[in-house]
Design a protein around this ligand. Structure first.
Ligand code: PHE
Length: 453
């Protein structure tokens, strides 16, 4: 067996639930979720997103944790170990590779976006205010045109993430999550209450939950499915690696349920806070990716105590991004330490360097290198599209096929420890619903379903 020398384990089950929620809840749930809800017509998107989390995300989350825990190793080792145990080809290890490398690609631009948030936090802290919509748009354009400023914050954010990973599984990752995640929930509740007081909560609720069947187009269904993927950190080896540190007795179904529920809840609550402010201040919810960076500073500038709320908000987003970034680094770092016995700190900083360089190129892609395009997209867009719309669905599909069809029922049932009724339900959803759903997303991305619109 390709067994690593020694494995850390989380101090307890709650620690695992916390760090996995930390990985799931990130820029995806706050920045991406809110602008997609805004751009895709609100409630229809929310409802479909929740269905996708339940029908595709949750079963896949369970399958990915299962591989990690059964294989007891970094993504490559976990795939090799389980393939050997269940008589499958060692080629399945490719799945581990795709995940590990995909995670680093995501991290390179994820860190740049997190850098924007850090920059906005700094601006808020020193009291910069934007009074008009034009000024807010200008502020964002200024940042985009300044690769040095962007590169600086990207460097700071990445160094912070590498620093935590370098300290180890328990001393670094677990401790950081134990501090950041509860603070994050506290800030979120405060913000939602603030949204209700200062903003227009009824309008936000109406927009997010008043289901209108007409808004339900195939395009909305499919992009909501993609979002479920990204927001649950699926297919990138992160969940697999975290699962490999999970103790043998923990019930995978139970812990996964916690993660899926908490992840969705954060998305919904931050959406409510963000849209209350957006509507309360008469802003347009459908502006696109710049929603939280343009609309919110404007709302903050016009509310009493706005500076404090702004600082709290950006700290909240930054914490969420930080705990996700750590989980994007961990698969490759654990592979380096286990495969080559490299010291963890060296492995972490060594992994950080290529990610940092790619991130610097991403910073340039908004200004000086904007002429350099792939398939008509700048580097930032191309990396995001490739990782989230190609690598993630394909790797999720492979996981569903591997656990659902290749590993065999007995080892899967043994590892999953579900009840007599729950097991077949989960297993069949994984075998049929998940692959069909992912194939639909994939065709959508390739534009093959455009005629459906
Ligand atoms: N789920 C994270 C977010 O929503 C992003 C992520 C993707 C993290 C894949 C790890 C792996 O921001």
């Amino acid at each position: 067996m390709n067994q690593p020398v020694s494995r850390s384990t989380w101090t307890n089950r709650w620690a695992f639930i916390l760090v996995t929620i930390g990985s799931a809840v990130g820029l995806g749930n706050i920045w991406k979720f809110s602008y997609l809800v805004g751009a895709k017509g609100g409630s229809a998107f929310v409802l479909v997103y929740l269905c996708c989390v339940a029908l595709i995300g949750l079963p896949l989350l369970m399958a990915e944790i299962l591989i990690g825990r059964r294989g007891r190793g970094n993504p490559v080792a976990a795939m090799l170990n389980t393939a050997e145990e269940t008589g499958n080809s060692s080629w399945w290890a490719l799945l581990g590779w795709v995940g590990m490398l995909g995670a680093l690609v995501i991290l390179s631009y994820y860190s740049v976006v997190a850098g924007w948030i850090a920059d906005y936090l700094y601006q808020a802290a020193i009291g910069v205010r934007v009074e008009t919509a034009a000024a807010a748009a200008q502020a964002f354009a200024d940042l985009e045109r300044d690769p040095l400023r962007m590169g600086f914050w990207h460097t700071v954010f990445l160094a912070l993430s590498v620093g935590v990973t370098a300290r180890g599984v328990v001393a670094g990752i677990e401790v950081a999550n134990k501090i950041m995640m509860p603070s994050l929930f506290l800030i979120l509740v405060l913000l939602t209450v603030w949204g209700a007081v200062a903003g227009d909560m009824p309008a936000a609720l109406h927009f997010m939950y008043d289901f209108k069947i007409k808004a339900l187009t195939p395009g909305v269904v499919l992009s909501a499915m993609g979002q479920a993927f990204f927001s649950l950190s699926l297919g990138m080896g992160a969940i697999m690696t975290y699962g490999s540190y999970l103790d043998k007795e923990a019930r995978i179904g139970y812990v996964s349920l916690w993660v899926a529920v908490a992840g969705s809840l954060v998305g919904l609550l931050s959406g409510m806070a963000i849209f209350s402010l957006t509507f309360g201040y008469g802003l347009d919810p459908s502006v696109g990716p710049e929603l939280i960076l343009q609309a919110l500073p404007l709302a903050f500038a016009h509310m009493p105590g706005g500076q404090l709320v702004a600082v709290l908000f950006f700290v909240f987003v930054l914490f969420a991004a930080w705990t996700s970034a750590i989980s994007l680094l961990e698969p490759f770092v654990s592979w380096l330490t286990e495969r080559y016995g490299i010291h963890r700190a060296k492995a972490a900083w060594g992994t950080g360097v290529p990610v940092w360089l790619l991130g610097l190129a991403v910073c340039m892609s908004f200004s000086r290198w904007s002429d350099f395009t792939m398939f008509g997209r700048n580097l930032f867009d191309a990396l995001d599209q490739c990782a989230t719309n190609v690598m993630m669905p394909l790797s999720g599909l492979a996981i569903a096929i591997y656990v659902g069809w290749m590993m065999g029922r007995a080892p899967v049932r043994d590892e999953m420890k579900l009840g007599v009724r729950a097991f077949p339900l989960w297993f069949n959803v994984l075998r049929y619903v998940v692959p069909v759903g992912i194939v639909l997303v994939f065709f959508h991305v390739l534009g093959l379903l455009d005629w459906l619109k």
